[in-house]
Design a protein around this ligand. Structure first.
Ligand code: NAD
Ligand code: MG
Length: 378
């Protein structure tokens, strides 16, 4: 039987890779819902390719344009539209590939409506991972990781006794400034930071990969996805991005998952889980690669890792504050309003200034998120 999929954020980088997977596996996967915020033309093309997909755009005007082209189609917009797609009766699984936290409420709605989740949007797990995982537990649904590191760990952990896990080792490419010194980091421009050495991704995550906030967010993401304390989550720099992450067990064995640098592979594993099938990804030629390197992260030059460790350990509203301040700071950097190291500085200031709540409700998390963005704007 085909699995029926909704993709929220279908016009982005993850969305594009997901479409490649779906096209390659027509006997296994079917698209029943697609959302895109701004790129109406791209969404229209996808809509024509997948005739049974309900659609959601960012605003009413673009929804009206689509409806003119596709008079018989279900077409919605905005937050209500995302909710409708996330709870479509025809859907089995919802892939959350929206950048930032706009996918949080749709994700929770999808679980409540009995859908499994595939989560690319790490920001929603950083902001409200406890809530998402508790909702999944209560509704008996799966939260399948799409982020390559977490997908790797998920594969390494499959069938293992959790009490035998000593630590999770997240690999990190080091980003474009892996070997830069403090003076060079101070002068980094947006165009340089957007050039990732091994992955081609959306703008926000590319900047996160340059500051290493991406790895910081991923530590917190792992903490919730795998129910593991922060002190058991480590990072190793691995410039080739071939080992996607590892799990160390109590006996000293380390299991790793390797693959080419193509997000289609973890996306496919999440969409077809628990099946493992042949798909569109190129096989890995280890002899052609020749070598795999590993290094210690430079925590003094990239304060994001320690800030994230602090937020993940404290819990409460602190991860939400870190995440929201980072989103706002990345925007400010891309608009030329703050320097590259200013991203770290702004996040740290928000973490110090926004009031801490230890056991926040969803509303309190949203309030903390807003206060953090406000703190960066000021
Ligand atoms: P992107 O910017 O390329 O695409 C984002 C998508 O979300 C687009 O379809 C856009 O229309 C939609 N969108 C943006 N803001 C929205 C909003 N407020 N409401 C509704 N829709 C909105 O981003 P991406 O690189 O595909 O990343 C998506 C998510 O996946 C991010 O959370 C990122 O951290 C995560 N991720 C990406 C990669 C990657 O290789 N690109 C890898 C791992 C994890
Ligand atoms: Mg990742």
């Amino acid at each position: 039987m085909k699995k029926r999929i909704v993709v929220l954020g279908a016009t982005g980088s993850i969305g594009e890779s997901a479409m490649r997977v779906v096209r390659a596996l027509p006997d296994h996967l079917e698209i029943v819902g697609l959302s895109g915020r701004h790129n109406t033309e791209a969404l229209l093309q996808l809509a024509r390719e997948f005739p049974s997909a309900a659609l959601c755009t960012g605003d009413e005007a673009s929804a009206a344009i689509l409806q003119q082209h596709l008079p018989d189609r279900i077409i919605t917009h905005g937050a209500a539209g995302l909710k409708l797609l996330a709870t479509l009766p025809a859907a089995d699984l919802v892939l959350i590939a929206i950048v930032g936290t706009a996918g949080l409420r749709p994700a929770l709605r999808a679980l409540e409506a009995g859908k499994d989740l595939a989560v690319a949007s790490k920001e929603i797990l950083v902001m409200a991972g406890e809530e998402v995982m508790a909702t999944a537990l209560r509704t008996g649904r799966r939260v399948l990781p799409v982020d390559s590191e977490h997908n790797a760990i998920f594969q390494c952990l499959e069938g293992r006794d959790p009490s035998t896990v000593k630590r999770l080792i997240l690999t990190c490419s080091g980003g474009p400034f892996r070997t830069s010194d403090k003076e060079e980091l101070a002068l980094v421009q947006p165009e340089q930071a957007l050039q990732h050495p091994t992955w081609s991704m959306g703008r926000k995550i590319s900047i996160d990969s340059a500051t290493l906030f991406n790895k910081g967010l991923e530590m917190i993401e792992a903490r919730w996805l795998f129910g593991i304390p922060m002190e058991k989550i480590d990072i190793v720099i691995h410039p080739q991005s071939i080992v996607h992450s590892m799990v160390e067990f109590v006996d000293g064995s380390i299991l790793a998952q390797l693959g080419s640098t193509d997000m289609a592979l973890p996306i496919q594993f999440a969409l077809t889980y628990p099946e493992r099938i042949a798909g569109p990804c190129a096989p890995l030629d280890l002899a052609a690669l020749g070598r795999l390197d590993f290094e210690t992260p430079r925590l003094d030059l990239f304060p994001s890792i320690n800030l994230a460790r602090r937020a993940g350990t404290a819990g409460g509203t602190l991860p939400a504050v870190l995440n929201a301040a980072n989103e706002a700071a990345v925007e400010a950097f891309l608009e030329g309003r703050i320097s590259f190291p200013g991203i770290w500085k702004n996040v740290e200031q928000a973490m110090e200034s926004v009031p801490f709540v230890e056991h926040p409700s969803l509303d309190q998390l949203v309030t903390a998120d807003r206060a953090a963005r406000e703190s960066v704007r000021n």
